[in-house]
Design a protein around this ligand. Structure first.
Ligand code: PSU
Ligand code: MN
Length: 303
């Protein structure tokens, strides 16, 4: 290990023993992903779901200038209160300048997970190709990062404020397999069907573990995106959520926002526009992703 990377005690013990481990990002659990106290509840539910599934959770963050995989209990409050969003390309600067607390996005998490030797990661939703990207150039580094590191990312698809067909095209260009978890539809975070299909369906953790092994055997780099729809009981009404998304996008446009500030503002605006109903949905889908990730990690560990 280097001074740039620290693996928490429980996680390093699990890795050494060959036990299943599931990485977690931290932006979703900070105020930039979910408001307090839902952020803490979300982390606790994801943590418990991973443990119930027989795996060890590994929350990632930058703490005191070190990329941490497996944030220790004493540092959790700092992560929940974190406000510096760290994508993969921000990691070198965060370490070099001893950033006190950085919350990791999907791209930073797949990078740190791969560095620690973890091959499964649960998130809420990934970043993607933004609507209007042909003018703004705004395409999340999440997509490229998934093509670089051999990590399976379990996500409830991506939010419909993105250009979802464009996001899937970009993943195809980058060579990232996108598989539906017991579905042939690409989910849109709060809703189970974005209207766009996926090319392959998986049914078990072993299916995904075998894909990862095959990719490694054949020299195909990068990971897999596992698209896991929100549970039916938690799904929001598509018309309502689409109206909220339009209002959120209008707010972003009116403020002239660009870059990494866009996603947190849209997330907060959606919570406002749905009178907070988006929050329990967000918690339910994150927990559901943690359950699936634990199943995949168990299959990976079983080899
Ligand atoms: N989408 C969500 N919730 C989130 C994010 C995305 O529904 O919390 C976060 C994730 O950490 C993701 C990041 O990796 O936003 C993408 O940010 P950007 O669009 O700036 O790449
Ligand atoms: Mn962006």
């Amino acid at each position: 290990m280097t001074s740039s990377l620290h693996i928490g005690e429980e996680v390093s013990g699990a890795l050494a023993a060959g036990l299943p481990v599931v990485a977690l990002e931290s932006t979703i659990f900070s105020g930039m992903g979910l408001p307090s106290p839902a952020n803490r509840e979300c982390l606790e539910r994801c943590d418990a779901a991973i443990r119930d599934g027989g795996a060890i959770p590994a929350l990632t963050a930058v703490i005191d200038g070190i990329g941490v995989v497996g944030v220790e209990a004493g540092d959790i409050d700092r992560v929940l209160a974190g406000s510096a969003k760290v994508a993969a390309r921000d990691l070198p600067f965060a370490v070099a300048t001893s950033l006190d607390v950085g919350v990791t996005t999907v791209s930073a998490t797949v990078t740190l997970a791969a560095a620690a030797g973890i091959s499964v990661f649960a998130t809420g939703g990934i970043g993607g190709v933004h609507r209007g990207s042909e003018l703004t150039g705004d395409i999340s580094h999440d997509l490229l990062a998934m093509s670089r590191h051999p990590v399976a990312t379990v996500s409830a698809g991506a939010k419909a404020f993105l250009d979802l067909p464009g996001t899937l095209e970009y993943l195809e260009t980058m060579g990232v397999p996108v598989v539906g978890w017991n579905t042939d539809r690409f989910p849109a975070f709060y809703t189970r069907d974005s209207g766009v299909g996926v090319t392959a369906t998986v049914r078990t953790g072993a299916d995904v573990a075998e894909m990862m092994t095959a990719a490694a055997d054949l020299g195909h780099p990068g990971g897999v995106l596992v698209a896991n729809p929100i549970p039916e009981a938690a799904e929001l009404d598509p018309d309502r959520i689409n109206a909220a998304l339009d209002a959120a996008l209008a707010e972003v446009a009116a403020k002239g926002l660009r870059g990494p500030a866009v996603t947190p503002l849209v997330l907060a605006a959606i919570a406002d526009a749905t009178d907070g109903d988006s929050i329990p949905a967000n918690l339910a889908l994150a927990e559901n992703n943690a359950i699936v990730a634990a199943e995949i990690a168990s299959a990976v560990a079983a080899g």
